[in-house]
Design a protein around this ligand. Structure first.
Ligand code: NAD
Ligand code: DAU
Length: 361
């Protein structure tokens, strides 16, 4: 199978200080095959330089690694970095659906303006006779709510939250630059990802860290929404497979294959954390909450990728990681966290609490 971005390449990984980006960096540099990586990351509330400590602390890996703080929407920062790269892996995005409901603007700035800036920089290299492959990390949320069956790559995009709309917009821009300007671009659509180093705003790390602290777990609505869980190491490997072997102009679903209602996930993580259901509060639902995502993974499997981490093993290991990394959790729950948590949950928890008392009475 053709390897389009082989050993020894120089990758520009944008958003490499986040959850999936940092796993991707650790994994690729861990191969020790001569690949070099430059990370460009804005270090938003979700970006954390500590996520890259393993790489920066390893003499051999650190020699092949460079970190630059900057915004993908800043053409002056992006141009010279793309000019040195063989491929751009765009992991950068605003990623939390709930925050996109509170405040959508940053999602569009990074997802539309930022992706456009990256694509222009890649196009400029093509005009100068240099080939740079572009990979856009996308999501199953671009398909919208799937009542039954599984989304295939040729299905229409039907995003339903500002986050998903920004991700679909990024994809459309990427596609248009492939068709119009011949940019060599591929897209991955990953499913719900879990594992170490995930910001505790997302379901699994939020509920695990709250459970370990004995705090309430705010479950939206009836908790029967279905997500397909993918371990972060499998997601990173899927991105790398598509980068190296994907056909230009194509999108690839990257599903985990473990489709579960939130209630099941919550029950399992409580068990792994040694806590019980009494911590769970039913709270008012997320507006426009997608009920179910499910994707068909045959296309990426044909490239040779398959998930390796079983949810039954990955989840307890993830719970243990958050238990063992309290300093990392405290830092992630610093900064604007208290303010965000209050905006997101204070009224919800008060209403949920009232509903629970009404149910009981
Ligand atoms: P994350 O929020 O943990 O990390 C995002 C990173 O991007 C952070 O380091 C942040 O500082 C950086 N960033 C944000 N805006 C930037 C900008 N304008 N310029 C430079 N850097 C910027 O996100 P994640 O969960 O690791 O997700 C990574 C990618 O994978 C995103 O594109 C997301 O849409 C996609 N995705 C995530 C999941 C999931 O379940 N987490 C599933 C499918 C796809
Ligand atoms: O499907 C892929 C997507 O998965 C990625 O593209 C996103 O970047 C990522 O954030 C994730 O989106 P979700 O909205 O599915 O993830 P989140 O962890 O926010 O929520 C998972 C489910 O849990 C969802 O049905 C909402 C529910 N939930 C979430 C939170 C934060 C709750 O019930 N309570 C909560 O407090």
């Amino acid at each position: 199978m053709t390897d389009r971005v082989g050993a020894g390449a120089h990758l520009l990984v944008t958003g490499g200080a986040g959850f999936i980006g940092s796993e991707y960096v650790r994994q690729v540099l861990g191969r020790r095959d001569g690949t070099r990586i430059t990370v460009l990351d804005k270090l938003t509330y979700a970006g954390n330089r500590a996520n890259l400590a393993a790489v920066e602390g390893d003499e051999e890996q650190a020699g092949r690694f460079r970190f630059i703080q900057g915004d993908i929407a800043d053409a002056d920062a992006v141009g010279p970095l793309v000019a040195e790269a063989d491929a751009v892996v765009n992991v950068a995005a605003e990623t939390h659906v709930d925050r996109s409901i509170l405040d959508p603007e940053a999602f569009l700035r990074t997802g539309v303006i930022g992706v456009h800036v990256l694509l222009e920089a890649v196009r400029a290299q093509a005009d100068a006779g240099r080939h740079v492959r572009f990979l856009q990390v996308s999501t199953d949320e671009v398909y919208g709510d799937i009542a039954e069956g599984r989304s295939v790559e040729t299905d229409a995009l039907a995003p339903r939250s500002p986050y998903a709309a920004a991700k679909a917009s990024s994809e459309l821009l990427v596609r248009s630059y492939g068709v119009t300007f011949g940019v060599d671009a591929v897209i991955t659509r990953g499913s719900n990802t879990y594992g170490p180093y995930q910001h505790p705003e997302k379901l699994i790390p939020l509920f695990v860290t709250n459970a370990l602290a004995g705090d309430p777990l705010p479950m939206y609505g009836d908790g029967m929404q279905v997500r397909d869980w993918l371990h972060v190491s499998d997601h990173a490997a899927g991105i790398d497979f598509v980068l190296r072997h994907g056909e230009a102009g194509e999108a690839y679903n990257v599903p985990g294959g473990t489709e579960l209602p939130n209630r099941d996930v919550i029950g399992r993580l409580l068990e792994a954390a040694g806590r019980d259901w009494s911590l769970v509060r039913t709270v008012p639902d997320r507006p426009g909450h997608d009920r179910r995502y499910a994707m068909d993974g045959s296309k990426v499997r044909a490239l040779g990728w398959a998930p390796l981490v079983e949810f039954d093993e990955g989840l307890p290991a993830t719970v243990a990681w958050y238990r063992d990394n309290a300093a990392w959790v405290d830092a992630a729950k610093g900064g604007d966290w208290a303010d965000y948590y209050r905006r997101q949950y204070e009224t919800r928890l008060a209403r949920g609490q009232a509903a629970a008392e009404i149910d009981a009475g």
